[in-house]
Write a protein that binds this ligand. Structure first.
Ligand SMILES: Cc1ncc(COP(=O)(O)O)c(C=O)c1O
Length: 437
């Protein structure tokens, strides 16, 4: 029987001085206990009880190169020796900004910050200032960080969908106590992947709407791909009606392709946000966009602030991550994709063999595994029918088998995973699904 006693002991001790016992609320959900990590390298992570896991949580996404990647560590170490952060400009900022403007199709310029939440805040501010309009369209089931201006209850069915601007169904529930309801007054919530809904809203109300923000793949609720033509339609409509199109590529950036989903799908938004994989595990996020929007920062129209923005360490981490992902013609991303394909294919086969109804939705090295009585999950309503409790049990049993997966069902594959890891993971899933069936 796997022991988690040391994690349990530390959690109890932390609960007296660390609010909730964890550093980010979501982490409290892990069963049987939120694990305490001792160390991690490559695709493996070890907890304080001496258990070792193949890691598909990957720190909720950032560890795209795997843990403790030697190239990344060496570059961060070298940067630290020159000073961790300066509060002055330095060549690292210039170098990373240049590389990103070459890599990201929509980015004539970039601006740096520390988290995906901050990048989204800046992108929304830029869109409002650029258009002189105030309302923002966002979609059911998408997540754009936890700032008051966009955080809705998530990913729950009690998010109300806006019928029309100012209409009766227009109230959106805040995501948390302490968040002013008025902070969401400017948000319009629509179902995603529904061309008619966005077209009729934008045609009626574009005079009030500054931006449409979307995850290009709905990674946060079921890894649902855009329907053929949907992102193209968003692009066409927003361009025609003077609305800024923002791709939130905090998950898809440096993952679906080096240039993100916009490169993979060939659709260029006006603004984009990146975070997670951008710093390979160091706090770093960015907004990229068209020059005429980004220049609002340069001319002082839009404030962009942050004490630690552009730190020497973060810039070195971003540059090293790009170098590693670009090495040998992008071999790492191609391998991640191949391994993810064999993992998702293997999981689908196992579901069939065990007679368990489930869906594995994936695109590139990020996918969602869920137990759901449906042949496919292509929208938020279908995603809401999944059996979360059963999946949490699956995740808990996988831990006992030496595989760490997020209790919600989202998996990441890193550049450090190997074919042996995938084979071991599928063998573990086989045993666990046999128990569940
Ligand atoms: C699509 C998306 N946008 C924004 C965020 C917020 O990023 P952070 O947690 O770094 O603030 C997340 C985090 O999961 C995300 O998935």
């Amino acid at each position: 029987m796997t022991s988690y006693s040391e994690s349990q002991r530390l959690l109890a001790e932390a609960s007296s001085c660390l609010a909730g016992g964890v550093a980010s609320s979501l982490r409290a959900a892990m069963k049987p206990v939120p694990l305490y990590a001792a160390s991690a390298s490559g695709s493996r992570i070890r907890d304080v009880d001496g258990n070792e896991y193949i890691d598909y949580l990957l720190a909720y996404g950032p560890s795209v190169l795997g843990h403790a990647h030697p190239g990344l560590i060496e570059r961060i170490h070298r940067a630290m020796q020159h000073g961790i952060t300066f509060g002055l400009q330095h060549e690292g900022e210039l170098a990373l900004a240049k590389r990103l403007t070459e890599i990201l199709p929509c980015a004539d310029q970039v601006a740096f910050s520390g988290s995906g939440t901050e990048a989204v805040m800046l992108a929304l501010r830029l869109a409002r200032a650029y258009t002189g309009k105030r309302r923002i369209v966002r979609f059911h089931g998408h997540y754009h960080g936890w700032s008051d201006g966009i955080f809705t209850s998530f990913p729950s069915a009690d998010m109300r969908v806006s019928g029309a601007v100012g209409g009766a169904a227009d109230t959106i529930l805040p995501g948390t106590a302490g968040q002013s309801e008025s902070s969401l007054e400017d948000i319009i919530l629509l179902p995603w992947n529904d061309e008619q809904a966005i077209e009729s809203l934008l045609r009626d109300s574009h005079a009030d709407i500054a931006a449409v923000i979307t995850e290009p793949v709905m990674c946060n609720s079921g890894c649902i791909a855009p329907k053929p033509g949907y992102l193209e339609k968003l692009r066409e409509l927003t361009a025609e009606l003077g609305v800024v199109l923002i791709f939130d590529e905090v998950i898809t950036g440096f993952r679906l392709a080096l240039g993100g989903a916009q490169q993979r799908f060939g659709i260029t938004p006006d603004l984009m946000t990146m975070g997670k994989a951008l710093g390979g595990g160091i706090a770093l996020s960015a907004v990229g966009g068209k020059r005429d929007i980004m220049k609002l920062i340069e001319d002082g129209t839009v404030s962009h602030l942050g004490t630690l923005n552009g730190s020497g360490v973060a810039m070195a981490a971003g540059l090293a991550t790009i170098d590693e992902l670009e090495r040998n013609d992008g071999e790492a991303l191609a391998r991640m994709e191949r391994l993810a394909d064999s993992l998702t294919g293997g999981l689908r086969t196992l579901l069939e063999q065990h007679g368990i109804q489930g869906v594995v939705n994936g695109i590139g090295p990020v996918f969602h595994f869920m137990f759901v009585p449906l042949a496919e999950v292509t929208d938020f309503d279908a995603f809401s029918k999944r059996d979360s409790a059963r999946y949490a049990t699956f995740a808990e049993l996988m831990l006992q088998e030496g595989v760490l997966v997020r209790p919600s069902g989202l998996w990441y594959v890193s550049a450090a995973h190997t074919e042996q890891d995938i084979a071991a993971t599928l063998a573990a899933a086989d045993r666990v699904l046999a128990r569940l069936a």
